[in-house]
Design a protein. Structure first.
Lengths: 309, 795
C-alpha cells in the first residue's frame, strides 16, 4: 500500500466539547413513580414519553421520531396500570399491554373485536410490552386496537397540571385521532386510561386484518364491526376501518345504511357507502385500488356473518 | 454434552439423527459472532453512501468530519489513487471517485473511537453532486440514447504501479452475455404439435442473514493483514485481497468467526471490506465495520431479477421437441455473481428434462438498480419457475396428465445430456412418482379442477415442480478440491483440520461423523478446526452445495490414511495381516471375530513413546472427477447431480388474493442420508426460503431506491405460515459420494415457487408468470386488473 496514506490520518488535538448529535441528544432520563411527578415533568418542558417503546425505538432509529431533551419512562406509574369495570364503564389503564388485554376475561367475553385485534397484533414478544396507551398515541392509521376501540365508542382520559393543579379531560377516541401520527393530546398531557362503555350481552363484534402474513404485519386494511343483531337485522350497527384514511375511522354513513334493517337487503348500499367513506392511498403495503377491493370483499363477508348471528 | 448418537458395537453413524456440534453454543447464546469480537485498540468504521441514484461527484468536503474529536481518519477515493476494482467484472471501485451509480455507493468512510462518533462524522461530510438521468429499468438501459453506466474505461494501477485499463467501457450498457445451443431449434419446431410461449418476470429478494455483514481488519507490527471475516470463500479471497491491495497473499490471514447466515451472499468481496482494510492501514489500529440492518438491505446483494421469454414445444405424444429462451438480467450498477447465474439456469433449461433442441441467449444490462450476487440456487429458482410452468402448459395443450408428461421426458441414470452432463446416479423418476403418490397429486389435481367454479370463494390447488442441481461440486474455479489434515492425540482423540467452512449448514458435524465412521470413534472424540487460513488446508469455499461431497470425501481420505497407518503398526505388533484388523469402539479389533486386541489410545501412545517415535497425522486432498466446460458450455462440471420433486398444496382466497401454502410434499434424491437431523433441517429451511420467494418476500425497488429496507415491510415467512411438510429421501447411493451422499444445500429452495405457481393455476385457472404471489399481485391477476409481463421492445 501507498505510503502517502499516512498523511490522511487525522492529527490528534485536545478535545473540545462534543458538538455532535446535540439536536436529538437525551439530556435527562426520568422514571417517575407517581402520576403527579410525571405531570410535573410534562409541565416543565418538552418530554418524550416511553411506555412499551415498540413504536418509539424503531421510529427514533429511522429518524421519524426525534427525542426531546427529557425521556420519561412511565412504566412505573401505578395510576396507569390495570383493567377494571365499575358501573358499566370499563377502564383500561394506559399501560395495559396487549397480553394483558388478551388474558382478560372481560375483554374475551364482551369485547371480541378488541380481543381479536390483540390476538393478531405483531408477535408475542411485542404483545408483552406494547401498551394500549402507546398504540393510541402513536395514532397510526393502521393501529390495530384503534379500530375495535372506535367500534366500542372508547374515550381517552388525559391528565395534566397546566396551572399547577391536577386537571383531567375525557375525549372521544374519534376526536382524539386527528391525523397520521397526530392526536389532540397537548404536550403537557398524559394519556392515563381508555374508558369503554360495557356493551350489552347481546352485542356482537368482530375484527379482521388483511396483510401479507398472519403475524408481524401492518394492516393493508382492517375492519371492525359491532351490532346487536336481531332476526337478520342490525341494531346499533357500528363500523370502523383502519389504513384507509388519515386516521382509523368510524363509518357513520355505512352504519346509517345498515341501522335497523335486514342485512341481506342493505349489504350493497352499505358497501357503496363504505366505499364513499374511505379515502385510501397507495403505499409500499398496498395500492388504493386494492384497499378498496379488500374493504368491499371483506366487509361483505363480515356483514353476512353478523347478519346470521 | 448430551451425545445422543454413539457408535454402538453394531452401530453405524450414517443416517442417524445427530444434533449439530455447534448447537449447544448457539442455543445458549455463547457463540461469539463477529459482532461480539472487540480487539484492544479497535476503532469503529462507518460508510457514507450516496444520496443520489446517478450523479457526478463534484466535490467532497471532509474537513468538518476530520475535525470532530474522536475521529481518527476520514477517507475518500481521492486519498486512495491506487485503489483497484473489486467484483466479477472488476468494474467497481470500493470508494467512488467520479460518479455514483446507485444509492448504495460508497463515497467516504470514517474510523472513530465509537460508532456514534463515526455516525456523527458522516453527517458532517458535504458532497456536491451533479445529478445525471437515472436508468432504472433494463428497457431504458437498452435504448440507444440511454445514459451509459460505465461509458468510460476504468483505469487503475496494475501490479507494476502503472495505469492499466481494468474494465473496458460498455457503450451499450451490456455487462455480460451467455449463448448456448444444442440441436436445431427449427427442426424441433417443425416436429411440434403444441407450442407455448410466455414472458416470466422474477423479482428482487435478498438473503436476510440474521447476522448482518461485518469485518474487522488489523495489521500486525510486521504489516501482515489479519481479517476477521464472514466470507464463504476464505482461500479465494486471500488471493483476491492480495491483488486488490498489492500485497503478497502469504501476508494475509483470514479468520472466520461463526456467521449468522451466508446463503451465497458472502461469495464476493464488497466495498465495506477493503474500506475497513484501508482504514486499518491508515490508523494502524484494528478497524471494525458492522452494518446496520437498513444497510444490510441496501448494500448487500440481491437474488438476480430476470425477465425471461420462453417458448417450448412437444409432440402430441408428449415428447419435448425444443426450448427457446431469451433473458434480460437487470445487472444493477456493478457486476457481481448475479450476472453469471445464466450459467446455472442453462443446465435446467437444457437438461432437467430431455430437450433435443435448445437455444438460449442471455444479457445482463447495467442500470442504476441494486446489483445481484450469488444466492442459494444460483439462478435455478428463476429457470425452474419458467421450465415447470411450461411442463404444465404443454401437458394441458396436448391433454396429457402432467405427471405422465414429466415422467416421459425425465432424465434416467446413465444419461449424458447434449450439454455433456453425465447423470451417473439419478433418482428423478422415483422423485416424481414418490412425491405424486404421497401427495395424491393426480387425484387432487382433478378434483380441484372440477371444483374451480363451485361458488366457494376459497379455492384449493395442487402443483408439482422438479429440479436438477449440482450435487458433487462444481468445476467453476481452476480447482474444486478440499484439503484435510487429521491428527490423533495420545488419548485417541481426533483433530480434523479442514478447509471447508461452517456457515450453519452443518458441515462440521457431517465431517466429524464421516471420520468417526471410518475410525470407529464416538462423535465426541472429534474436534473440527475450520476457520483460519493460517491453520487449515486449502478449499475452494462454501458454494454449489459442495461441502459434504467434496470436504466429506477429503475427510474420509484422511481418516483412511490414519487408519492404514495404525493398522499397519498393529499388524506388526499382533502378528496378523493388517487386513484382518479393524478399529471399532475405540479399540483395535480382529475384524472377523470382533475380539478386542488393545485400546486405540493405548496403542497410539505406544507408537509415540517408543524408540521409533511416531505421531498419527495424515493429510489428504480430494479433487472431484469433473471437468471445466468448454467455450460452448459443454462439459460435466459436477461429479454428481441432485434431483428433487416437490408438490405444493395451496388455498387461494379469491376475495383477498391471499395464497396459503398448506403442504409441501418433497421427494429428494440426496444420494444417501448422512445426518438425518441435519438434512431435514436443510430441506425444511430451504422450503421456507422458497416459500418466502414465492409468497411474501419482495425487495421493492422504485427508481433505483429500495423502499422497504426493514423487516417490517420486507416480509420474511414467520412460523405460523410454515406449511406441513412431508419430505422423503430417495437414496440412489452415488458412486462418487462420501458414503453415497450428494450435495443438497441449495436443492430444497429451488422448486417451491414453481410448484406454487402450478398449484395456483390448478386452483383458479389463472396462470401467473410474475413473482411474488403477494396478496395484491394475485388478486389483480385473478380479477384481470394486471397485465402479464411483456418482453422488452428494445431487445
Amino acid at each position: 500500500m501507498n505510503e502517502h496514506l499516512r498523511s490522511t490520518a487525522v492529527e490528534r488535538e485536545p478535545a473540545p466539547p462534543t458538538p455532535w448529535g446535540a439536536a436529538d441528544e437525551i439530556a435527562t432520563y426520568l422514571a417517575p413513580r407517581s402520576l403527579d411527578a410525571a405531570l410535573e415533568a410534562l409541565r416543565a418542558g418538552p418530554v418524550t414519553i416511553l411506555a412499551g417503546g415498540t413504536d418509539l425505538m424503531p421510529q427514533s432509529k429511522t429518524g421519524r421520531a426525534r427525542f426531546h431533551p427529557t425521556l420519561m419512562n412511565i412504566r412505573r406509574i401505578p395510576e396507569l396500570q390495570g383493567i377494571g369495570e365499575a358501573s358499566g364503564m370499563v377502564r383500561f389503564g394506559a399501560l395495559a399491554t396487549m397480553t394483558d388485554l388478551l388474558e382478560n376475561a372481560l375483554v374475551r367475553s364482551r369485547f371480541n373485536a378488541l380481543w381479536q385485534a390483540c390476538d393478531c397484533f405483531a408477535s408475542d414478544q411485542l404483545r408483552n410490552v406494547a401498551t394500549i396507551g402507546g398504540n393510541i398515541c402513536n395514532a397510526s392509521p393502521a393501529g390495530d386496537t384503534l379500530v375495535p376501540l372506535l367500534v366500542f365508542d372508547a374515550h381517552v382520559v388525559l391528565a395534566s397540571k397546566a396551572d399547577g393543579t391536577l386537571a383531567t379531560r375525557t375525549v372521544p377516541l374519534r376526536d382524539f385521532l386527528v391525523g397520521p401520527g397526530r392526536t389532540s393530546r397537548r404536550p403537557d398531557e398524559l394519556l392515563t386510561a381508555v374508558e369503554v362503555p360495557l356493551p350489552n350481552e347481546r352485542f356482537v363484534s368482530a375484527f379482521y386484518k388483511a396483510g401479507a402474513r398472519p403475524a408481524l404485519d401492518i394492516s393493508a386494511i382492517s375492519i371492525g364491526v359491532g351490532a346487536n343483531p336481531a332476526a337478520g337485522a342490525l341494531n346499533d350497527a357500528r363500523i370502523a376501518f383502519g389504513a384507509v384514511a388519515p386516521t382509523a375511522i368510524r363509518a357513520p354513513r355505512t352504519e346509517a345504511t345498515l341501522e335497523g334493517r335486514l342485512v341481506a337487503e342493505t349489504i350493497e348500499p352499505a358497501l357503496k357507502a363504505a366505499d364513499d367513506e374511505i379515502s385510501p392511498i397507495s403505499d409500499v403495503r398496498a395500492s388504493a385500488w386494492y384497499r378498496r377491493e379488500l374493504i368491499r370483499n371483506v366487509l361483505r363477508g363480515m356483514l353476512e356473518n353478523v347478519g346470521q348471528c | 454434552m448430551n451425545d445422543t448418537a454413539k457408535t454402538g458395537s453394531n452401530g453405524s453413524l450414517i443416517g442417524k439423527r445427530i444434533p449439530k456440534k455447534d448447537a449447544p453454543e448457539k442455543a445458549s447464546g455463547k457463540t461469539r459472532y463477529i459482532h461480539d469480537i472487540d480487539l484492544p485498540g479497535q476503532l469503529h468504521a462507518k460508510i457514507l453512501r450516496s444520496s443520489q441514484v446517478h450523479a457526478k461527484i463534484k466535490s467532497i468536503d471532509t474537513s468538518a468530519a476530520k475535525a470532530l474529536p474522536g475521529v481518527h481518519a476520514v477517507i475518500t477515493a481521492a486519498d486512495l489513487p491506487w485503489q483497484r476494482p473489486i467484483g466479477v467484472a472488476k468494474d467497481h471501485l470500493p470508494l467512488k471517485h467520479d460518479k455514483v451509480r446507485s444509492p448504495r455507493d460508497e463515497i467516504a468512510a470514517v474510523a472513530a473511537d465509537t460508532e456514534a462518533i463515526a455516525e456523527a462524522a458522516l453527517k458532517l461530510i458535504k458532497v456536491d453532486y451533479e445529478p445525471l438521468p437515472a436508468v432504472v429499468t433494463a428497457e431504458e438501459a437498452m435504448s440507444p440514447d440511454a445514459p451509459r453506466l460505465h461509458g468510460d474505461d476504468l483505469i487503475a494501477p496494475g501490479p507494476d504501479g502503472k495505469p492499466h485499463v481494468v474494465h473496458q467501457a460498455s457503450h451499450d450498457n451490456v455487462a455480460m452475455v451467455f449463448q448456448y445451443g444444442q440441436g436445431e431449434v427449427a427442426t424441433g419446431k417443425a416436429a411440434s404439435d403444441a407450442i407455448v410461449e410466455d414472458v416470466f418476470k422474477l423479482h428482487y429478494v435478498t438473503h436476510c442473514c440474521m447476522g448482518v455483514s461485518g469485518v474487522i481488519a488489523e495489521f500486525d507490527a510486521s504489516e501482515n493483514l489479519i481479517l476477521y471475516s464472514n466470507t464463504q470463500v476464505p482461500f479465494l479471497h486471500k488471493r483476491e485481497f492480495a491483488e486488490l491491495l498489492g500485497m503478497d497473499p502469504g501476508r494475509i490471514r483470514i479468520v472466520q468467526p461463526p456467521i449468522g447466515g451466508g446463503f451465497g451472499s458472502k461469495l464476493d468481496i464488497y466495498p465495506f471490506e477493503p474500506i475497513a482494510i484501508y482504514l486499518a492501514k491508515i490508523t494502524r489500529r484494528p478497524v471494525k465495520l458492522v452494518f446496520t440492518r437498513e444497510e444490510e438491505f441496501i448494500a448487500s446483494p440481491t437474488r438476480q431479477p430476470v425477465l425471461m421469454k420462453m417458448r417450448s414445444g412437444c409432440t402430441r405424444d408428449g415428447v419435448l421437441t425444443f426450448r427457446e429462451v431469451e433473458t434480460i438480467h437487470d445487472n444493477g450498477a456493478y457486476t457481481s455473481w448475479g450476472a453469471t447465474t445464466p450459467f446455472v439456469m442453462m443446465q435446467t433449461i437444457s437438461s432437467l428434462y430431455r430437450v433435443p433442441h435448445c437455444d438460449y441467449r442471455t444479457r445482463a444490462i447495467y442500470s442504476n438498480n441494486p446489483y445481484a450476487g450469488s444466492f442459494r440456487g444460483y439462478g435455478n429458482l428463476q429457470a425452474t419457475f419458467a421450465v415447470e410452468a411450461h411442463m404444465d402448459r404443454l401437458a394441458e395443450a396436448i391433454g396429457m396428465d402432467p405427471l405422465e408428461f414429466r415422467l416421459k421426458n425425465a432424465q434416467d441414470p446413465g444419461e449424458v445430456t447434449p450439454q455433456g452432463m453425465h447423470f451417473k446416479s439419478c433418482g428423478f423418476k422415483d422423485c416424481l412418482s414418490v412425491a405424486a403418490e404421497r401427495s395424491e397429486y393426480q387425484e387432487k389435481r382433478r378434483a380441484n379442477e372440477a371444483r374451480r367454479n363451485d361458488g366457494n370463494p376459497v379455492k384449493r390447488g395442487v402443483g408439482m415442480a422438479s429440479m436438477l442441481h449440482v450435487g458433487g461440486g462444481a468445476k467453476i474455479y481452476p480447482s474444486d478440491g478440499c484439503g484435510t489434515i487429521l491428527k490423533m492425540d495420545d488419548f485417541g482423540r481426533v483433530t480434523l483440520l479442514t478447509g471447508a467452512s461452517e456457515i450453519g449448514q452443518g458441515s462440521e458435524t457431517v465431517l466429524a461423523q464421516l471420520v468417526c465412521e471410518e475410525l470407529g470413534l464416538p462423535l465426541t472424540s472429534v474436534n473440527v478446526v475450520n476457520n483460519d487460513t493460517d491453520v487449515t488446508p486449502w478449499d475452494v469455499g462454501v458454494h454449489a452445495s459442495r461441502t459434504t461431497f467434496i470436504a466429506g470425501n477429503s475427510a474420509i481420505g484422511a481418516a483412511r490414511k490414519a487408519k492404514d497407518k495404525i493398522l499397519t503398526a498393529a499388524a506388526a505388533k499382533f502378528d496378523q495381516p493388517a487386513e484382518a484388523l479393524d478399529t471399532r469402539d475405540q479399540c483395535i479389533v480382529e475384524k472377523s471375530s470382533g475380539k478386542k486386541l488393545v485400546e486405540l489410545a493405548k496403542f497410539i501412545r505406544s507408537l509415540h513413546f517408543s524408540d521409533k517415535a511416531e505421531l498419527v497425522m495424515t493429510s489428504y486432498y480430494y479433487e472431484p472427477p469433473s471437468k471445466h466446460q468448454d467455450k460452448q458450455f459443454r462439459g460435466d462440471v459436477s461429479a454428481a447431480y441432485a434431483w428433487a420433486t416437490q408438490v405444493a398444496e395451496v388455498e387461494v382466497d379469491t376475495r383477498t388474493g391471499i395464497v396459503k401454502l398448506v403442504k409441501i410434499t418433497g421427494a429428494h434424491d440426496v444420494g444417501r442420508v448422512l445426518n438425518r437431523l441435519g438434512i431435514e433441517g436443510q430441506i425444511e429451511g430451504g422450503i421456507v426460503m422458497g416459500q418466502g420467494y414465492a409468497l411474501t418476500e419482495d425487495l421493492i425497488v422504485e427508481n433505483g431506491v429500495i423502499r422497504n429496507p426493514n423487516f417490517r415491510d420486507y416480509k420474511l415467512v414467520t412460523a405460523p405460515e410454515i406449511p406441513e411438510m412431508d419430505v422423503v429421501f430417495v437414496e440412489t447411493m452415488d458412486g462418487e459420494g462420501p458414503q453415497g451422499a450428494k450435495g443438497v444445500g441449495e436443492a430444497p429452495a429451488i422448486c417451491v415457487a414453481a410448484a406454487v405457481a402450478n398449484a395456483i393455476y390448478n386452483a383458479t385457472g389463472v396462470r401467473i408468470t410474475a413473482l411474488p404471489f403477494t396478496p395484491e399481485n394475485v388478486y389483480r391477476a385473478l380479477h384481470s386488473n394486471s397485465q402479464p409481463p411483456t418482453w422488452v421492445a428494445a431487445a
